[in-house]
Design a protein around this ligand. Sequence first.
Ligand SMILES: *Cc1c(COP(=O)(O)O)cnc(C)c1O
Length: 334
Amino acid sequence: MLLSRFPRVSLAHLPTPLEHLPRLSKHLGGPQIYVKRDDCTGLGTGGNKTRKLEFLMADALRNKADVVITQGAVQSNHARQTAAAACKLGMDCELIFEKRVVDAADAYLNSGNVLLDRIFGANIRDVDKGSDMNAEMETLAKELRSQGKTPYIIPGGGSNTIGALGYVDCALEFLSQANREMIAIDHVVHATGSAGTQAGLLVGLKASHANIPLLGIGVNAARKDQEEKVYKLAVETAEFVGAPGIIQRGDVVANCDYVGPGYGMPTEGMNEAVLLLARLEGLLFDPVYSGKGLAGMIDLIDKGHFTDAKNVVFVHTGGSAGLFGYSDLLDTEM
Ligand SMILES: *Cc1c(COP(=O)(O)O)cnc(C)c1O
């Protein structure tokens, strides 16, 4: 695989570190835990969408776009990183938010990622929960075209074959770090939502014959739906990079037991995991994705799921800016 064949703009600080967490590992009494620090990608407080945007924004530029449109939940990390990328490249940014969290507090509606979106000067419009978000983006694109603009639509989470290239690259990056630092990785775990991260990582791991199982901890859909979504995108991404046929359905594993009451709704496990990582390692995770992913990994370690493993890598996909949007929902006294 040669990713340099694909148009790309530099937005991220790469490579991100692969760090050992000795205090957490000791506390959990299981495998040695490493984090791949994709919270440190550097653009507008960082996160996993920045890797995807390196390829997506290059495609937008190739299409002579002057405005990008994307969508997400109100506290979308993807929207915030897209807004920052648009600024850096001199484009306008239109964000469409689905009010997925009902009865949201002031912090949720105005702080965290939303504050940053406003600082980056993005235009924001809200639509009701359950709206057809792709149709909303198409309608807006038509409106912008009629004003003489050239819009480029980025799907929710930046998850299409172009965006997934960013995570093919991430897999190649941490494999090379692990090889150099002599870390024999037994498992890779991360939070999975719109599927681009898992699909890209899987393609990178399979194409490298790394033979490392990948586990996505779901934050939204039920297991079967999540796995199907990842599988479809992984198959398409493998074809796109010129490695068709490398993905089997059985390679795609999601555990969706840690979603709790729903997308973006806090769980006790998430809350505990966020405090644990902060207090043992000085690391910040987020309430919607990486905190739930960690809660899943910690619980699975407790249940003996990784007993044969020596080294587990958790991909830290970022999102800590979202903590400020959840200030009244997080219990810091636990
Ligand atoms: C978007 C996001 C994810 C999930 O990545 P997908 O590619 O959408 O599956 C995980 N963590 C954070 C912090 C995110 O913002």
